[in-house]
Write a protein that binds this ligand. Sequence first.
Ligand code: ARG
Length: 583
Amino acid sequence: MLPHKQIELRLQQAVRAVLPDADSSSVLVRPCPDPKFGDYQSNALMSVARARKLNPRHLATDVLAKLDVSEICEKVEIAGAGFLNFRLKNSSIAQTLEAAARGEHLFFEQAAHRRTVVIDFSSPNVAKPMHIGHIRSTILGDCLARSLRLLGHRVVTDNHIGDWGTQFGKLLIGWKKHLDRAGLKSDPIGEMERLYKLVNAASEADENVLEEARRELVNLQGGDAENLSIWREMIALSEKQFDEIYSRLGVKFDLSLGESFYNPRLNPLVDELLAGGIARESDGAIAIFFDDNPQLKAHPALIRKSDGGFNYTTTDLATLEYRLKTWRPDEIIYVTDGRQQLHFQQVFAAFRKWQPANSELRTPNSELKLAHVWFGSILGEDGRPFKTRSGETVKLADLLDEAEGRAYKIVSEKSPDLPEARRREIARVVGLGAVKYADLLPNRQSDYIFSWDKMLALNGNTAPYLQYAHTRIRSIFRKAEGTSNIEHRTSNIELKATEEIALAKLLLVFGLTLEAVAEEYRPNFLCNYLYDLAGKFTAFYENCPVLKADDATRASRLALCDLTARVLNQGLHVLGIETVEQM
Ligand code: ARG
């Protein structure tokens, strides 16, 4: 067990010894924000004391009297209004590192309560290219799935593809009247996009076109064989393109249940909501009103239009119901851009009216958590929405090509002697890594400026910098093998130099960082952790000779190098970023 966990357990026991009826589960131990005061800290006693009108410092003194952590920590200190500060003993840090070196853990633990989490992400639309806006959902959602899985949770990833909706009326007209088969063959999505734009423009000039589009849509919804078969072909062609991108990005989904999957459920669902008094008629349409919710009072959610058509919200409610029945999740996460905030507030509020906490669809003993994980926009260097030079939205495939191309140039300049195929492979890993990292590093809710030079830089908080730090450590081992055979994995760890201790202590909080990422849906915590780790490693390597040290020290330091490389590698992997042996 990791030291902070041991401290936490014993602290909880001590709290119960002093206050037998206290709920000690909220008594947590976290890294100390300022290392001056210690390595870990607990501020929980203050709220326990407040709840019982006790003096927090007195409570802390009583709890300390019952707390024995002497083999893990130096003397525990009470600070300020009743904080407890813990400083680890070097021997305890070394033991934890030795266990990691033996392969017993990598500074994280499986969650004590395994949760089932559904993640709805990427979700592009049929017949439209996946553009730069979809990249954030894809990269962010994938990273959340990876971190939750690593921590032992059961994760179901579902790509909620937009394969249903009014756009198909226009697309069907375009397909029937203007389809260029050759164009469809060479660039299917480009051709479908062309058709849509063509008919859309025509419909703006001519009411009749709009009417015709409506008829085609009604026929499609009514099951017309020709329209259905065209629609299926459009989906198949789009999914092929999406899959190419996903395989390049290394992103996998357990399911891709598009919006159309829920179609048969929409009518009965609206009828049920009407019958249950959850929804009511308003101007010929059906809507759910949120009179008791000040934020949503003015924003009823439409679920059936006056012409009988359904809304985005209707599909999302049917989707939620299906997910609850199928997986009994503890949590559902939706990853989209910030413009959909109102939509998800409505969906969540509607859901709570419809399925109160005691409903049979809900997981027993668990409050279903619904989270809209939203993000800001990607901007060009001019601070305006990121566009191509000719003013079009940037297509994801082109963007990835350019990333690899630019990385290839850099790799070829740095390592011209590597064979061409190697350089191409390194460029692929570095280019994709740079794009992903640039997307994950900023606070997700802020807009960020897309800058090739910044994201590909070899120094600074970038993927190439971290990938390079990883290869540097790997190269130490290539050199070490040249000099003698070292069994660094089973050696004793000795921690003497300040830089060595600082590095070791940072390794210890890898798991806490992963937990924070999964809990707050913020991969940037992990980016900053890895950047810090690479920096601490550099300081260590500059100040503590490794290969030139005497045998015992050298084995210990090699083990420290190896653990750092493994954490870097694992951390980058959670971000969806690969590493290479050489750059
Ligand atoms: N297809 C939508 C879009 O491109 C995103 C869908 C998000 N998921 C959901 N369950 N509404 O904007």
